[in-house]
Ligand binder design. Structure first.
Ligand code: PAF
Length: 276
């Protein structure tokens, strides 16, 4: 695997390829990331991953400084799945001057749910993803469905700016007990790790309620929120939304249940697509 720290190095490594498949990450890689790389290998003529912890998408009180940086194991893991090029710029390379030009996504999609609880998050994500796209110039870019709203925002950005990249979604990878794999799971204590699977169970319960014919979505959401809070979680949201635009359901559209909640000091998110 070639490692590019700068743009000229990256361009050099990619010069003879025309269809890069790209997996952007912030490192601390788990099996979900590696599945994205495997999927990328089947798509492009070269597989590129990036590791960059993007300051712009962290709020001042969030974990930018303590975000796990696990360089050696990340490189080993990427090599083990046959990643060809790793782009790992430091901040001076990606943001050589303050990044005052930013991509501000449609607030109808980006200021709800995660964007409501983490204002500016999607501006930070879109800005870095656009910049990484400019650097890598991928033909395909792969994102996990675990960050469902992020995937939708990036898809919309790629479409509205007519970016020559196909945004490809990958299914969420889960531990045996249902917990969605996430770099932040490493923050959980043993007891919290045992409890953490309750988030995906809450989503399954919401989907089950709808499938069994219940149509009072607000009541389903409130019940799931209360149940999680009673177990000691601090829920930000547990909601049922239309899959097409994340707005509240109105008719018979396909749905997704989405949740974000804090367990101790760790904020976890998850979602579940389901049909009625
Ligand atoms: O999902 C992530 O890891 C990040 O939000 C991304 C897409 C790499 C942008 O920093």
């Amino acid at each position: 695997m070639d490692i590019a720290r700068t743009l000229p190095e990256l361009r050099d490594h990619l010069a003879r390829f025309s269809r890069p498949a790209f997996v952007p990450t912030m490192g601390n890689l788990h099996d979900g990331h590696l599945a994205l790389v495997r999927q990328a290998k089947a798509l492009g003529d070269v597989t590129v991953a990036s590791i960059f912890v993007n300051r712009l998408q962290f709020l001042p009180h969030e974990d930018f400084d303590s975000y796990p940086r696990t360089w050696d194991t990340d490189c080993e893991k990427l090599r083990s799945v046959g990643c060809d090029v790793l782009f790992a710029p430091d901040e001076r390379v990606l943001y050589p001057e303050p990044q005052t030009f930013r991509i501000s996504p449609d607030p109808v999609l980006a200021d709800i749910l995660e964007g409501h609880f983490r204002p500016g998050f999607f501006t930070g994500v879109c800005t870095v993803v656009m910049k990484l796209f400019m650097c890598v110039q991928p033909r395909f870019a792969l994102f996990g469905k675990k960050d469902y709203q992020q995937l939708m925002v990036i898809r919309r950005m790629a479409s509205q700016f007519a970016l020559p990249v196909e945004v490809v979604a990958s299914e969420t990878h889960r531990a045996a007990d249902g917990l969605a794999l996430s770099s932040r799971n490493g923050y959980l204590s043993d007891a919290e790790r045992d409890e953490a699977a309750q988030l995906s169970q809450a989503l399954r319960g919401m989907a089950e309620a709808v499938r069994s014919g219940e149509r009072d979505f607000a009541a389903i959401e409130a019940r799931a929120t209360r149940a999680l809070a009673a177990r000691g979680w601090q829920p930000d949201y547990l909601v049922l939304r239309r899959r097409s635009d994340l707005q509240p359901p109105t008719g018979d559209e396909p749905l997704v249940a989405l949740a974000a909640a804090k367990l101790g000091s760790t904020r976890l998110i998850d979602n579940l697509e389901f049909d009625r």
